[in-house]
Design a binder for this molecule. Sequence first.
Ligand SMILES: *Cc1c(COP(=O)(O)O)cnc(C)c1O
Length: 432
Amino acid sequence: MSKVSDLIKAEEKRQEETLMMIPSENYASKAVREAVGSVLINKYSEGYPGRRYYQGNKIVDEIEGLAIEKAKALFGVEHANVQPYSGSPANAEVLFGLIEPGDVIMGLKLSSGGHLTHGHPEITFSGKFFRSVQFGTKDDGVIDYDEVEKLATEEKPKLMIVGTTAYPQILDWERFGKIADGIGAWLIADISHVSGLIIGGVYPTPVPFAHIVTTTTHKTLRGPRGAIIMITGKGIKKDIEVMAKIDRAVFPGLQGGPHNNTTAGILAALIEADTPEFRQYAGQVVKNAKSLAAELKKGGLKLVTGGTESHLIVIDLRPDLSGNVVAESLEKAGIVVNRNSVPNGSSPPFYPSGIRLGTPGVTTRGMKESEMRIVAGWILKVIDHIKGEKLPVEKEKRGEFMKNFRARIENDDLLNEVALEVKDLCKKFPTP
Ligand SMILES: *Cc1c(COP(=O)(O)O)cnc(C)c1O
């Protein structure tokens, strides 16, 4: 066997034997994976269905056309562009398509659960090429809509880009729509994390209130890595013009040939999402997250916003622990989560004070509330076991501390024991 296939086999084993609890991850179906690994990867198709710059695109046109129609039907929008390579390029394309460099944009801070592409200062295109104004959350982690409105009225952004990566509550799309309309701004709803929940009917859709909706296709939606930009048809702007602007920003503005294999994977995922089984999965994702949250709270952990209404939970580990020690210990125990900032935390992103975990992956495997209670028990046990492993306050000592900590947990009996129990549970819930 080749080195590459050995490594893929090893990753397959890792995914089978551990709990995927990073809320942006999921297990794509075999149909989706087959599409992505298909001969469609061989074809060049710059342009759009019916207007390509290359010959030989009859079948690709059909695939992309079907993906567009399916996206329009499922999300209830006027137009969809399925070519963006991923979520970050999709957001870049919307910004470049609708406004000019130097214009004011507004979004939720990364540390409060926003995304880098929503105007994170300095290190991202969205903070470099636009004048970015950011709003946060109250100390309890909940968005203060009056504050958002006040800031929007003062700063008059041309565009508001609203969406979340680590916000457990439901966004008030109607309120964001009113705020944007009040200042004549574009409202972009970035539903990357929750698009599967929206199609499944367990999270409200922004479509009546936003002008544009962007989403990745690989999170709760369970497709390949890619993204869709949608024009909602909300009345106040000219939709035909908007559609043309967005299409031109994607190609030739920021991209070249579309990844046709991904387009086919998106089509496969959208077909799967239009089934009762998918709606059942979406509902169970939220039920599982709520059940997990309740158990963790009962065990004494502090949850950002007090709980969850979606697929994810953020645990505030202050003051005794940090994201790094907990995330690495849980990984050792077979529970894969990620460290995450907590609202108004002062720690840097590399050493944040919380962890973020979610239920899409384990729900795809078929786990339900009773399994969540078991998983919560393991998480509590691991966290209790490493109590006192406090990250040094001095920045320069943190790297060394983590190195020593890693060595300390290398052969830890309790963590190894939990990992074996996790493996046993995983056997009963095969990956697709
Ligand atoms: C994941 C995500 C993105 C970026 O997607 P990539 O595919 O990683 O570039 C953008 N916005 C939000 C809200 C996301 O959750």
